[in-house]
Design a protein around this ligand. Structure first.
Ligand code: COS
Length: 381
């Protein structure tokens, strides 16, 4: 199978790499230390069109599909995982609206969250609905007098939750129907009864401002129901399939970045009278890191190809996410090890990349959930 990039995709890769090196890398350590959302980086991404990837031009986007998202996110992840995650997770919401929204919703919300530079977020997870996504307890009750839904409940671990202006929220419109009673809503930050709660203090991805969302009699117009009433679980699952390719791209990118740094350092660092790249033990580390990273890339590209050509890709999205995430931990760990004591110091980016990489094994579905998805596809439920 040929995964050569088109001329446009090559240009996008070059632009993303240059932007990441010039704008994201210089502030990556500050973003990590300050625990502040890189809003300036995000605005610059919007100016360059990255926040409109996968959205048709008529709605303010720049077109393209999953492969374009993968190219941008992986280049960003080489330099700053937090910024890569911000783009990757932001794009879930416009993609939900493109795939499942109606014309009015597309016209109203897409230009705002693509070229408009407003951050978007997707909220499924709750304190008791993590891996068991069907256990959502946030309720949405219809008020026929006002033609609105009234939302009550709490979402947690929402990337950019303290900064986003537009959210897609999954809430239960009929708890007796379980997965078939969940519905997706577009919620604006300004809607009455909406607020964000605490911002989590995390091990890595420190600037992504992972926040709690609180709905207290939050009024949402019925016009903001996305897709069918009761269709929210399928919307969430299909959107997560795409989001998981985005996490695969994050894992692939951070591994590529860490590998590049390890190779460079191993040629510069001399011990026992020669560069440490001459040591066979180290060469074998590099060989394993390069081979697995190439495999991760191929899985990520293959899942993107399936998604972009309208073929089923749930299993392949889970496979690429599972493998790229485990490899991200493997490669950042060995790259740090190759840097020895320096790798453990905050003067070098490796310790940050190692902490940041870990989340790829947890968010948008844990590695264990992906094994459930893959085994169900291979063996049957
Ligand atoms: N695409 C489309 N439909 C899907 C789907 C997918 N990828 N996965 C499940 N569905 C459908 C099923 O076909 C089923 O449809 P019917 O009601 O018509 O039969 C329905 O959704 C329920 O599916 P299922 O019975 O498989 O649901 P489970 O409760 O067993 O959950 C898992 C399945 C575990 C895969 C799901 O809960 C999950 O992905 N959990 C992890 C959640 C997660 O990633 N959270 C991270 C944060 S999200 S921001």
């Amino acid at each position: 199978m040929d995964f050569s990039l088109t001329k446009e995709q090559e240009l996008l890769k070059k632009l993303a790499a240059q932007f990441a090196l010039e704008e994201l890398e210089p502030v990556a350590a500050d973003v990590d230390e300050s625990h502040e959302f890189p809003m300036d980086n995000f605005k610059k991404m919007a100016e360059l069109g990255f926040t409109g990837i996968g959205v048709p031009r008529e709605y303010g986007g720049v077109g393209g599909g999953m492969l374009e998202k993968v190219i941008a996110v992986s280049e960003f992840a080489k330099q700053c995982m937090t910024s890569a995650a911000c783009l990757s997770i932001h794009l879930i919401t416009p993609h939900v609206i493109v795939d499942f929204g109606n014309k009015e919703q597309k016209e109203k919300y897409l230009p705002m969250i693509t070229k408009g530079g407003h951050l978007a977020a997707f909220a499924l997870t709750e304190p008791n609905a993590g891996s068991d996504a069907a256990a959502v307890r946030t309720t949405a009750v219809y008020d026929e007098k006002t033609d609105e839904y009234i939302l009550n409940g709490t979402k947690c671990f929402i990337t950019g939750g303290s900064r986003a202006d537009v959210f897609v929220i999954i809430a239960s419109t009929d708890p007796s129907k379980k997965t078939r009673g969940l519905t997706a809503f577009i919620v604006e930050r300004s809607f009455p009864g909406f607020s964000h709660g605490k911002i989590e203090n995390k091990m890595g991805l420190c600037g992504s401002e992972t926040a709690e969302l609180i709905f207290e009699d939050c009024r949402v117009p019925a016009a903001n129901v996305v897709g069918k009433l009761g269709g929210g679980f399928k919307i969430a699952m299909q959107s997560l399939d795409k989001a998981r390719i985005g996490v695969g791209a994050q894992g692939m990118g951070v591994a590529e970045g860490a590998l590049d740094l390890a190779v460079k350092y191993s040629k510069e660092r001399e011990q026992f009278g020669a560069p440490i790249s001459k040591l066979q033990g180290l060469q074998w580390y590099i060989a394993d890191m390069a081979t697995k990273t190439e495999a991760a890339k191929n899985l990520v590209y293959y899942a993107s190809y399936l998604a972009d050509t309208g073929k089923p890709f749930t299993k392949e999205a889970a496979m690429c996410k599972l493998f790229a995430a485990e490899n991200a931990r493997f490669v950042t760990n060995l790259a740090l090890q190759i840097h020895g004591g320096y790798g453990y110091m905050k003067d070098y980016p490796l310790e940050r990349m190692y902490r940041d990489a870990k989340i790829t094994e947890i968010y948008e579905g844990t590695s264990e959930i992906h094994k459930v998805v893959i085994s169900r596809a291979v063996i049957g439920k």
